[in-house]
Ligand binder design. Structure first.
Ligand SMILES: Cc1cc2nc3c(=O)[nH]c(=O)nc-3n(C[C@H](O)[C@H](O)[C@H](O)COP(=O)(O)OP(=O)(O)OC[C@H]3O[C@@H](n4cnc5c(N)ncnc54)[C@H](O)[C@@H]3O)c2cc1C
Length: 523
């Protein structure tokens, strides 16, 4: 008999095969000797009570052997000479997974990416950390792999109804990610591993007859003679790229793309987004709170750096932590010289002594109405940009970020001293109350005090706020038909991923990329 069994074991025992076998046998009310094979299917930590335990879902073989485990592999057959050409703009998770799905469906993806390949891109990040310069085409948001490449690589998603999440994980594993992401309840990859995985995906695309073009910024649309259908795009070097469909997966930082679509007369919609700050704590503080450690007690062996996710509604607006990076670093993720934007990343080991997370408040479209007369539907972009410029000015230049201890933020005074931080360009003490929009600042204060009751020390002496986090999601939706996924006014254009307003994270963008490729195949 081969069956799935859930067991719950204290941490130390959960690591031992014998203890697992005994628990499984107990569950099945049989002798442990009859359990001839066990394979981990899912693993999560239960830190609500002490002793901390693990919940394990195992594939169990009774009185017979388990069939050998097979790691997922992906083989993309070469596309036919006359295969449909699909132009994919952007090589983030949306674009890359669209391209791989195109191959599976027998179509030829032509990927156009404004930034550099992942190796060259790594070098472009260095000057950002020294505050020397921001390369507007190659940075934490732009370049091969998109915004997810130098991230924490968190793959946890609630978007399970949007498509086959396990298929996305398996594609990552087939391209070099650790098989642990298939069993971990909160999988992540890490910035040190993602670049090689992205390179392997590019190789899959090219090997099967697709194309990937770097330093190719798309700046115009090519319509059919009567203007009724999209036939391709124009890149900044004047080249024209034609195909049967265009999947536009340019992310939420490509403001020039929204402007281009607006200038083309295409319908765009304002949508809610969120802004706030990064909050940073010693990882030991988060571990102590989440694992209920005694004062001075170390995180037990076998437990990962603790994570958290906090959310509440304060006077009709969401206040929440966002993209939490255990054992991580805060990074400068601006895309232009005159702005400061912060975000978070971590390495696969998540071993920095600090934890950080976005701490943000919902911004409804009407909050951006001040920018409406000048910017119309793009008012949310103008709101974000204004805050990013003000943040840069408060930081004092060279990508330095304004910062304030949480206790000083609540008291409304500039911090006389700032604690150590992972943000390399440097910090400038500042009153974030004066920098952030008022509705954001007061809700943040309420939220900090509320979350402090849920997570001990969250708003304590060691907590630091670093401004500003503005790129949590897109302030604009590019409307598409629910069935065909084509722009409501322009057949042939498939708005895709986070920038189009249909994803919020690596996995949901990947799923949306796959869906768009499938919709193109239906044409
Ligand atoms: C530092 C950081 C850490 C993050 N951490 C996580 C995390 O741990 N987990 C998670 O789920 N999400 C994380 N995110 C968010 C996640 O990266 C995004 O949700 C996801 O990448 C969106 O995918 P996308 O394909 O829609 O767009 P993007 O990844 O933004 O990709 C868009 C691509 O299009 C290219 N492009 C833009 N304009 C043009 C143009 N005109 N012509 C050609 N190419 C163009 C860009 O260069 C870019 O490569 C993080 C983001 C950042 C910045």
């Amino acid at each position: 008999m081969i069956t799935e069994i859930d067991i719950h074991l204290p941490l130390r025992k959960a690591l031992k095969d014998d203890a697992r076998r005994k628990a499984v046998a107990q569950e099945l009310q049989i002798s442990p000797k009859r359990v001839l094979g066990m394979r981990l299917l899912k693993e999560s930590i239960d830190a609500r009570r002490r002793p901390i335990s693990k919940q394990l879902r195992l594939l169990v073989a009774v009185d017979e052997e388990l069939p050998p485990a097979q790691l997922p592999t992906k083989h993309y057959a070469p596309v036919a000479q006359n295969a449909r050409r699909v132009i994919i703009v952007g090589s983030g998770p949306g674009g890359l997974f669209a391209a791989l799905r195109c191959l599976e469906l027998g179509m030829r993806p032509i990927v156009l990416e404004r930034g550099q390949d992942v190796t060259a891109r790594r070098f472009d990040l260095q000057p950002l950390h020294c505050g020397d310069c921001v390369n507007p085409e190659s940075n934490y948001c732009f370049g091969e792999g998109g915004a997810g490449t130098f991230s924490d690589g968190k793959l946890f998603t609630r978007a399970t109804k949007r498509g086959p999440v396990m298929e996305v994980y398996e594609t990552f594993v087939a391209h070099g990610a650790s098989p642990e992401i298939l069993t971990d309840a909160h999988p992540h990859i890490g910035s040190d591993r993602l670049p090689d995985i992205i390179k392997a995906m590019r190789q899959s695309i090219i090997n099967a007859g697709g194309e990937v073009h770097f330093r190719t910024r798309v700046c115009g649309l090519l319509r059919s003679a009567d203007g009724s259908r999209l036939q391709g795009v124009r890149s900044a070097d004047g080249k024209e790229w034609t195909g049967d469909a265009v999947i536009l997966a340019t992310g939420h930082s490509a403001r020039d793309v929204y402007r281009m679509l607006h200038a083309e007369g295409l319908l765009l919609e304002r949508k809610a987004f969120a802004v706030g700050v990064r909050i940073e704590h010693p990882q030991a503080l988060i571990d102590a709170a989440q694992y209920h450690l005694r004062p001075g007690e170390q995180r037990p062996h076998g437990l990962p750096a603790a994570r958290y996710a906090l959310a509440s509604k304060i006077e009709e607006r969401g206040v929440h932590s966002f993209c939490m990076c255990p054992g991580g670093h805060i990074v400068p993720s601006a895309t232009a010289e005159d702005e400061v934007v912060v975000n978070g990343m971590s390495l696969s080991q998540r071993n920095s002594p600090f934890a950080n997370s976005g701490f943000v408040v919902t911004v409804e479209p009407e909050d951006t109405d001040d920018f409406l007369p000048e910017h119309g539907v793009l008012s949310g972009l103008a709101y974000q940009k204004a805050l990013e410029i003000a943040t840069a000015q408060a930081g004092g230049g060279r990508q330095k970020a304004p910062a304030q201890r949480v206790v000083d933020f609540i008291a409304g005074r500039v911090s006389s001293m700032l604690p150590e931080s992972t943000y390399e360009p440097g910090l400038t003490p500042c009153d974030l109350n004066a920098l952030l929009p008022a509705q954001v600042a007061w809700r943040m204060k309420e939220g900090l005090q509320l979350f402090n009751r849920k997570l001990r020390g969250f708003a304590g002496e060691d907590a630091l706020l670093i401004g500003c986090e503005t790129r949590t999601s897109s302030p604009i939706r590019i409307p598409r038909d629910k069935m065909t996924l084509q722009h409501v006014q322009l057949p042939g254009l498939f708005p895709c991923g986070e920038g189009a307003g249909y994803a919020g994270g690596i996995v949901s963008a990947a799923l949306d990329g796959r869906r768009c490729a499938e919709a193109v195949a239906e044409l």
